[in-house]
Design a protein around this ligand. Structure first.
Ligand SMILES: [Cu+2]
Length: 159
């Protein structure tokens, strides 16, 4: 079988790109442990009410001064609401959902994650600007999705 030279070049180039991209995925997954941010810690979405952490979602301060916020998203609100955190301190959000997939976006910041039933999504962010922020659900979750908002209050710390 005779394959034209140009065709052969394109075939090898396409094959090479495939190997390059696949190689990059396996390399970063293996060496740098890069993986999807959730799907690691699981939680029973039907038993959230009695869960030690998500049964009473709240803002907690650790001994080292960092802050952990446990959030349960549920049609069509976030709990706790409002969420009050200090400025200039790392805040770790731990999100889960009691029903369907919700979004959790602190508008105007890069804090943005999905709340997925059965899983805990976790990220850490430091807010430098005190003030009130809007939290919006950015995954369509039902008829009242457009009303699913919360409030984040970043408080200036007294010295
Ligand atoms: Cu929604």
């Amino acid at each position: 079988m005779n394959v034209e030279l140009y065709e052969r070049i394109w075939m090898w180039a396409a094959g090479g790109l495939l190997l390059l991209f696949l190689g990059a995925i396996f390399l970063t997954a293996g060496l740098q442990a890069i993986q999807p941010p959730s799907h690691i810690e699981t939680v029973d979405p039907t038993a959230l009410a009695t869960h030690p952490e998500f049964g009473t979602p709240a803002v907690k301060t650790r001994a080292d001064g960092s802050v952990v916020v446990s959030v349960v998203a549920q049609m069509f609100s976030f709990s706790p609401d409002p969420i009050e955190v200090p400025a200039n301190r790392p805040v770790t959000f731990r999100l889960t959902s009691a029903d369907v997939i919700h979004g959790f976006e602190v508008v105007g910041t890069n804090a943005n994650a999905m709340a997925i039933p059965g899983y805990v999504s976790q990220f850490t962010v430091t807010f430098n600007e005190p003030g009130e922020y809007l939290i919006g659900c950015n995954e369509y979750c039902g008829t009242m999705h457009h009303n699913m908002v919360g409030k984040l209050i970043v408080k200036k710390e007294s010295p």
